[in-house]
Ligand binder design. Structure first.
Ligand code: AR6
Length: 201
């Protein structure tokens, strides 16, 4: 069952061991957390980038990650030959606190008739496949596709949470999945989704 933050002492100790601040929600198992923070500052093993097909940088979270990681990240991305929508590729974190960056390309929202929901779900599944392969213990996601690509925030949060629950159920060594919410609307969308799940359990 999911519950509102009200962090227990034990949870705080565990959070501090990851140096994660600004946590606004944690589920009962402590494995899903919402943070209102810039993803580039997070002390996790991997952060996910909402990239484009070229993987050569852009605006939004992609721009922020490349700026914080430094030019070595772009150099590594150049060797990857881009990435298809719904897929993901991994690089080192360069100057970021995170050891890895997982670059995934979300769908552009065209009204919902272009398989957008399935493609977004595929993004999360592709990222979690890399998390498994690299034995990553903690990963932070931005709200993929909900910025420039225009995917509705609530629908995107539902997909992100559903795929995360599925991944956590299949990977007992993954300790923590963080959703990095960069604005209030995104935070609300995740909080509502998690609260709804909680009320159903
Ligand atoms: N930390 C966490 N989340 C952030 C940050 C940050 N530093 N900056 C923005 N966000 P977007 P997309 C949030 O547009 O919709 C790029 O140009 C933002 O508020 O970054 O998948 C790429 O190169 C929003 O909630 O990604 C692509 O061309 C979320 O991240 C295109 O944008 C995603 O917004 C991808 O568009």
């Amino acid at each position: 069952m999911l519950c509102k933050t009200d962090l227990s002492r034990a949870a705080e100790v565990q959070l501090n061991s990851y140096n994660i601040f600004g946590v606004i929600f944690v589920n009962q198992s402590n494995r899903i957390r919402l943070v209102e923070d810039d993803i580039t500052s997070l002390d996790v093993e991997a952060i996910v980038n909402a990239a484009n097909n070229s993987l050569l940088g852009g605006g939004g979270v992609d721009g922020a990650i490349h700026r914080a990681a430094g030019p070595e990240l772009l150099a590594e991305c150049r060797t990857l030959n881009g990435c298809r929508t719904g897929e993901a590729k991994i690089t080192g974190g360069c100057k970021l606190p995170a050891r890895y960056v997982i670059h995934s390309v979300g769908p552009v929202w065209h009204g919902g008739t272009n398989n957008e929901k399935e493609l977004l779900a595929q993004c999360y599944r592709s990222c979690f496949a890399l998390v498994n392969q690299h034995d990553i213990k903690s990963v932070a996601f931005p709200a993929i596709s909900t910025g420039v690509y225009g995917f509705p925030k609530q629908a995107a949060a539902q997909i992100a949470v559903r795929e995360t629950l599925c991944a956590l159920a299949g990977n007992s060594t993954l300790e923590m999945v963080l959703f990095s919410c960069f604005n209030t609307e995104t935070c609300m969308a995740y909080q509502e989704t998690l609260a709804l799940l909680s009320s159903k359990q």
